[in-house]
Design a protein around this ligand. Structure first.
Ligand SMILES: Cc1ncc(COP(=O)(O)O)c(C=O)c1O
Length: 390
């Protein structure tokens, strides 16, 4: 079966992990900082905090942005549930802003309308869907006018660039950006996430929150007198200053991710080439079109999503997916709109309030896109889809 996505591991990655296993630190060692430093210089931001997953990164980012009771968070309905769940983790409410059908990203105009309607909005999480950067200049402008903090969900977008040439993660347009290093993403850590920011206070808070809320180097102590005996520092003393979490990532994961990061340009170049071939192959094929067509040079190309007009094709999506599966072609739907999930319906979400997301969902299908997809496998995917739709 050709999956819709998968990681690529080579001998360098295996060697990097083995080095950690032979060394002295499995966790809380030098590989974590080395990976953070590498991401910082790759994306061009001041601070980076590596955590256990993209979900943990969203959770801490929501907390650091002040989301909480009566301080809502808005995100896209077309995302993985984790982007919205960050609100509930911190006692806040998730609201949804419909997508622009041309990009499958949050519509900045609808965000402006939402901000005007909901004065309690504390933060917005635009999602760079499938690796295509949102219109961040416009989102940042609209959010700033409404006093709303911006957290970019770049789980799909490590390696993507904005139209101004800067990299997603540099936080030029946001307070924080989060990444995921789950194996289907641009680089794999096994599991892992990262928050980038340029704000020193946010950075120090994130460091504490990642590790139980305990003070970190440079943090002022509440009870400084307990930290000393006369002229001597008390080496055991630390303070838990707020309720934090254990969201640390291990050195094993960071060594793998660091080794993977060295290959990211190659990874993205191959994805871009595969996308070009798909774009050409499907142009003019009845019932089908790419879900995103703009920003081909800027996207990190995490997913290749087709929109298939199943009504006119005479096939249901279930039949289409099963026929492809029978030909060893794996597909997936990204995503079921978050307001459709029972948890969010129980909280009062109305999926019909997001018509563009709903129309997209009816037609969306992700087809195989990953570094190791060979030309002949891709030709098989294309031929199978054309044949199935004929
Ligand atoms: C858009 C988006 N945000 C957040 C996450 C959460 O990342 P993780 O799986 O590392 O917790 C994912 C993961 O699939 C995602 O696709």
């Amino acid at each position: 079966m050709i999956p819709y996505g998968r990681h690529h591991i080579d001998e360098d990655d295996i060697h990097a992990v083995a080095q950690v296993l032979r060394g002295s630190h499995l966790t809380q060692g030098p590989a974590v900082e080395a990976f953070e430093d590498a991401v910082k210089s790759y994306v061009g931001c001041r601070y980076a905090v590596a955590v256990a997953s993209g979900t943990a990164a969203l959770h801490l980012a929501a907390l650091a942005a002040g989301v909480g009771p009566r301080r809502d968070l808005a995100t896209s309905p077309i995302t993985f549930v984790a982007s919205a769940n960050a609100a509930a983790y911190v006692g806040g409410r998730a609201l949804f802003v419909d997508i622009d059908p041309a990009t499958v990203n949050m519509s900045p105009a609808l965000l402006a309308a939402q901000i005007a309607r909901e004065p309690g909005l504390q933060a917005v999480i635009p999602v760079h869907f499938a690796g295509l950067p949102c219109d961040m200049a416009e989102i940042a402008r609209v959010a700033a006018a409404g006093g709303v903090k911006v957290i970019e969900d770049a789980a799909h977008a490590l390696g993507a660039t904005y139209p101004d040439g800067s990299r997603v993660g540099c936080c030029r347009y946001s307070l924080m950006t989060i990444f995921s290093f789950h194996p289907v993403k641009a680089i794999a850590a096994g599991e892992g996430g990262m928050i980038t920011t340029n704000d020193p206070d946010v950075y120090h808070r994130l460091l504490r929150l990642r590790s139980h809320g305990i003070n970190k180097v440079g943090d002022a102590l509440r009870f400084g007198d307990l930290a000393r005996t006369g002229d001597l520092a008390n080496p055991w003393y630390y303070e838990m200053q707020e309720l934090g979490f254990h969201f640390r990532i291990t050195d094993i994961q960071c060594a793998l991710a660091l080794s993977q990061l060295r290959k990211i340009d190659r990874f993205i170049a191959r994805r871009r080439e595969l996308v070009r071939v798909y774009d050409e192959a499907f142009s003019g094929v009845p019932h089908v079109r790419p879900a995103q067509t703009g920003g081909r040079a800027e996207s990190a190309h995490h997913l290749y999503v087709l929109r298939v007009d199943f009504r006119s094709s005479g096939l249901t999506r279930a039949e289409f997916m099963h026929r492809l599966r029978a030909a060893d072609v794996g597909t997936q739907v990204h995503y079921i709109p978050v307001p459709m999930h029972p948890y969010y319906r129980d909280l009062g979400a109305d999926p019909t309030a997001y018509p563009a997301a709903q129309a997209y969902y009816e037609e969306a299908i992700s087809i195989p896109l990953f570094f190791d997809l060979t030309d002949s496998q891709q030709a098989h995917v294309i031929a199978t889809i054309r044949e199935t739709l004929r």
